[in-house]
Design a protein around this ligand. Structure first.
Ligand SMILES: [Fe+2]
Length: 236
């Protein structure tokens, strides 16, 4: 299964960049994984320009699943969940391909809530703590069924792909508590977004590959071959 990963297009902001990077890809893509922030500031209608760009490139509706990002505001979730393309999944998974892979989608967690979240979310720390537990128990139960799991979140599940970001903002971009889960269960592949300044967007930790799919950090859109294992076709 040939998979591409994109995020942080912030349509319309970086749609030009997506278009340019899509040009270099072949058409034989089986699956598109979104890692959130496909739109900007909760303007959900913009998703139509993104999907028409993608359909125009591949000349068909390549299966396209995504998690929410912080730019997909909470109040846009009901609307976005109704879309048939892309399909937004939140703390949910889907099984695809032959051999079959299980893709788990979540907005993810932050080690430290942002100032906005502290102000507007009651008990933001507690929410992230419970979310972490929820992620862990879902991964644990999926792991009993298969080793072929892909973890997809908007927020970074490690700090290793955040090299190049301001040291002080790491806890506002992701959480390395998720890295522990990925390593504990030997998750072969994790895909995230949210970090726009990463200089090392693809890393290997233990048996896991972690990819920052933000459109501006990869010279070429990451192409991932999922068979019995994970192979990255293009690296920066
Ligand atoms: Fe983001």
């Amino acid at each position: 299964m040939k998979v591409i990963a994109i995020s942080d297009v912030h349509t319309p902001q970086y749609l030009w960049m997506l278009k340019k990077k899509l040009e270099t890809l072949d058409n034989d893509v089986d699956l598109i994984i979104g890692a959130g922030d496909l739109i900007y500031k909760g303007a959900s209608l913009a998703i139509n320009s993104l999907t028409s760009t993608i359909v125009h490139k591949f000349n068909k509706f390549v299966p396209f699943f995504t998690c929410f990002g912080n730019e997909e505001y909470f109040n846009t979730e009901p609307k976005l969940k109704k879309l048939k393309y892309p399909i937004y999944l939140d703390t949910d998974f889907i099984k695809l391909g032959n051999p079959e892979w299980t893709f788990f989608f979540t907005r993810g967690i932050l080690a430290q809530p942002t100032a906005w979240q502290k102000k507007h979310m009651k008990d933001a720390e507690g929410i992230y703590e419970r979310k972490l537990g929820e992620i862990r128990s879902i991964i644990e139960s999926l792991k009993k069924q298969t080793n072929r799991i892909v973890y997809v979140s908007h927020y970074a599940p490690t700090y290793r792909t955040l090299e190049g970001e301001n040291e002080e903002s790491l806890e506002l971009l992701g959480s390395d508590k998720v890295e522990k889960i990925i390593l504990e269960f030997n998750i072969p592949l994790a895909i995230h977004g949210h970090s726009h300044h990463s200089i090392k967007p693809i890393v290997n930790i233990g048996k896991s590959t972690i990819i920052n799919a933000a459109i501006m950090v990869n010279k070429i859109i990451p192409v991932i071959i999922l068979e019995d294992g994970v192979k990255i076709e293009h690296i920066r």
